[in-house]
Design a protein around this ligand. Structure first.
Ligand SMILES: NC(=O)c1ccc[n+]([C@@H]2O[C@H](COP(=O)([O-])OP(=O)(O)OC[C@H]3O[C@@H](n4cnc5c(N)ncnc54)[C@H](OP(=O)(O)O)[C@@H]3O)[C@@H](O)[C@H]2O)c1
Length: 399
């Protein structure tokens, strides 16, 4: 039976304001924001002062409030708010992927001990309803892989650079001005944001709870015009792609890497702030979801759907995690990469199993070869900081 809900909102930034607007525009929905907790006492707000508090316990200890929406921009503080709320028997909706990915196993345990719901559709791919689909629709499907564009800022930047010849730094600034980018750009550009979403999605798709530091993520921190030139000459686009896929009968591999995408792939035409998810499964075959991956209203729409689900007492079941014969996580998977570099000593870090192409030029050099994910994982900090660029050729991705 549908229930009315009294809501305490943490955070009134891009997403907080988006959710608030959606809730106030849906007057007959049956949910009311009782209080909004924010941080900065000096900031000017577009609502009367009486709506706000700076004291978290005004919400967490208020017996009238039954649901917390947590959309602040700080993972540790969010974890503290959420665990306190769950322990106090309050339902929680959050979009904080970093906090979720870092604490998923303990949060699942806590919500089950307390028998309250923690929903987070807005944490992964904005408006695309992927988590609830994995939970409810694909719960018994044999999934081959989930792949996609999970980070709006890097996709926006790559689209601007590729389609409009805009400088990388100008494209980044524009993504920040439009509210797509995380406060710390490394989270987007080094693939961390995409990694956190992948960790969450993998938990629902395959039942594996893997810590973010155990997963390879390399992004476009050192992207250069030479990489773009290489891709354009071959007719490829470059997209930052998150992959989780079954390996053999009992293992699952996952990684975030930029990838060359050919024109015949659905991800080729996913541009700017759009995200996309491709689900490949044994019986339903290939399915493609596309939608806005960031911004107040798209993310707010996913949160709104979670609030609505709470009115019917919906909880995630984590069915694939609790089933027998669970899959285990592996990094023992070869992929083929393009490695662009300027100085030969950069190559010493890489243990290629096979090299298929080499180019030495006066401006830049590259090598294309096969390498294990486990080798790249060992040097993931190096991949994101040295003046090199790794791009998955995608040639060994097909299963
Ligand atoms: N932006 C997106 O498109 C998007 C999409 C999906 C998920 N997310 C996630 O949603 C969350 C919020 O993102 P955002 O872009 O809305 O951030 P934002 O625009 O920077 O807003 C953050 C809000 O959090 C408040 N805040 C920070 N620390 C707080 C604390 N300890 N207690 C109470 N309030 C606190 C800030 O207060 P003040 O107003 O006082 O500064 C501000 O209102 C993040 O976890 C982000 O990863 C964002």
């Amino acid at each position: 039976m549908k229930k009315n809900l009294k809501i305490g909102l943490f955070g009134y930034g891009v997403v907080g304001q988006g959710v608030y607007e959606i809730l106030t525009q849906n007057k007959t929905f049956g949910a009311e924001v009782v209080k909004i907790c924010v941080k900065d006492r000096k900031k000017r707000r577009n609502l009367p002062e009486s709506h706000f508090t700076f004291e978290k316990n005004d919400i967490l200890l208020n017996p009238e409030i039954d649901l917390i929406i947590e959309v602040i921009n700080h993972a540790d503080e969010a974890f503290d708010i959420i665990t306190t709320a769950l322990k106090n028997g309050k339902k929680v909706v959050t979009a904080n992927k970093k906090m979720l990915a870092e604490h998923l196993a303990e949060l699942v345990k806590l919500q089950q001990e307390q028998n309250v719901s923690l929903l987070y559709e807005g944490s992964s791919c904005g408006s695309i309803p992927i988590i609830r689909n994995l939970e409810e629709y694909y719960d018994n499907e044999l999934l081959y892989s989930i792949r996609g564009i999970f980070n709006s800022s890097s996709n926006y930047i790559l689209s601007k650079v590729y389609n409009e010849n805009v400088d990388f730094d100008i494209a980044l600034k524009k993504a920040q001005d439009l509210g797509f980018a995380e406060t710390d750009p490394t989270l987007d550009l080094a693939g961390y944001d995409a990694l956190f979403k992948l960790v969450i999605i993998a938990a629902h798709a395959y039942g594996v709870f893997v810590k973010p530091e155990e997963v390879l993520n390399a992004g476009i921190m050192n992207f250069s015009r030479f990489d773009m030139q290489f891709a354009k000459e071959k007719g490829y686009k470059i997209k930052l792609i998150s992959t989780v896929r079954k390996v053999g009968d009992d293992k699952v591999a996952m990684f975030v890497l930029p990838e060359f995408v050919t024109e015949d792939r659905q991800l080729y035409n996913v541009e700017y702030e759009y995200n996309a998810v491709v689900v490949e499964a044994a019986f339903s075959d290939k399915q493609f979801f596309q939608g806005k991956g960031a911004g107040g209203h798209p993310t707010g729409s996913a949160i709104f759907s979670d609030i609505s689900a709470n009115m019917y007492d919906y909880k995630y079941g984590y069915k694939k995690h609790y089933q027998e014969n669970k899959l285990s996580y592996t990094t023992d998977l070869p992929i083929e990469i393009y490695l662009r570099y300027y100085e030969e000593h950069n190559l010493n870090q890489f243990q290629f199993e096979k090299i298929t192409e080499r180019y030495y030029g006066k401006d830049f050099s590259y090598v294309i070869g096969t390498i294990k994910i486990s080798n790249l994982l060992k040097i993931k900090d190096y991949l994101n900081t040295a003046d090199i660029q790794v791009i998955n050729t995608g040639k060994l991705n097909d299963i």
